[in-house]
Design a protein around this ligand. Structure first.
Ligand SMILES: [Zn+2]
Length: 250
């Protein structure tokens, strides 16, 4: 049982305390409110509380994401009670991060980071491209709701990246792929520059993540200001479909 001292403090909301009380019975007060009080993993208790989320720094949130991905890769995911998480988050949500990832069915953020209901905001669009609506969503997540991390998440073997390389034209997809294309000339790569070359596709995807980070800062003064104040961190990562590893690149 890891959800600890924060829930034992007097200022914890009564409702939330009720949900947590059973699990808390097993653990005594602990002196530290830092590392011990935070994790996406866990328990029979429920979702992240406001106190837990607010006690984390942006870098601690990133560490929790890394730990969650380690659990996923090791096949040692936290045992979850989704119904308890549903109940504990119904009256309020306090996600620690907002993740903008690809629609690819193999990259579900909550699963690869072993997070629960209420722990993460998750936005998905092919090629994890930044647009006005996604920026608005990320601004809501951080400036209104209090998330500490903006994570632009790309992945290997991305079909949208391949489509951009191949100049695919199809309905509204054409315009979406146009948002990815600036990453192509910005990618330094020795070797065959083709969608048939997995290493090249992944290199462009990595550049696409870096450009998404730049675009987020440039096009969202709200998020840029929060980052300058140290309230949030804007970063990027690449998810490897083959081994399940998330590598932070920002
Ligand atoms: Zn993709």
């Amino acid at each position: 049982m890891k959800r600890t001292s924060r829930e034992s403090m007097d200022h914890v909301a009564v409702d939330r305390r009720r949900f947590l009380s059973g699990a808390l019975g097993a653990c005594a007060m602990r002196p530290s409110l830092g590392l011990l009080s935070m994790q996406f993993a866990p328990s029979m208790s429920g979702s992240l509380t406001k106190e837990q989320r607010d006690s984390m720094t942006p870098s601690q949130v990133i560490d929790e994401l890394k730990k969650g991905n380690e659990r996923f890769r090791a096949g040692k995911m936290a045992s979850r009670d989704y119904l308890a998480e549903k109940r504990s988050s119904a009256s309020g949500q306090y996600p620690a991060a907002v993740i903008l990832g690809c629609v690819d069915s193999r990259v579900p953020a909550e699963i690869i980071f072993d997070a629960g209901i209420g722990d993460l905001f998750s936005g998905r669009v092919a090629g994890n491209v930044v647009n006005d609506d996604m920026l608005g969503s990320m601004e809501f997540a951080c400036a209104v709701s209090g998330a500490k991390v903006v994570l632009l998440l790309g992945h290997t073997a991305c079909g949208a990246i391949k489509g951009a390389i191949d100049d695919v034209e199809l309905g509204n997809l054409t315009g979406l792929l146009a948002r990815i294309k600036p990453a192509i000339p910005r990618t330094k790569f020795e070797g065959e520059k083709s969608s048939k070359n997995p290493a090249y596709v992944d290199a462009v995807a990595r550049t696409n993540v870096k450009l998404a980070i730049e675009n987020t800062r440039r096009r969202s003064p709200v998020l840029e200001d929060l980052e300058k104040k140290g309230s949030i961190q804007i970063t990027g990562a690449m998810y490897n479909l083959a081994d399940g590893m998330v590598e932070f690149v920002g």
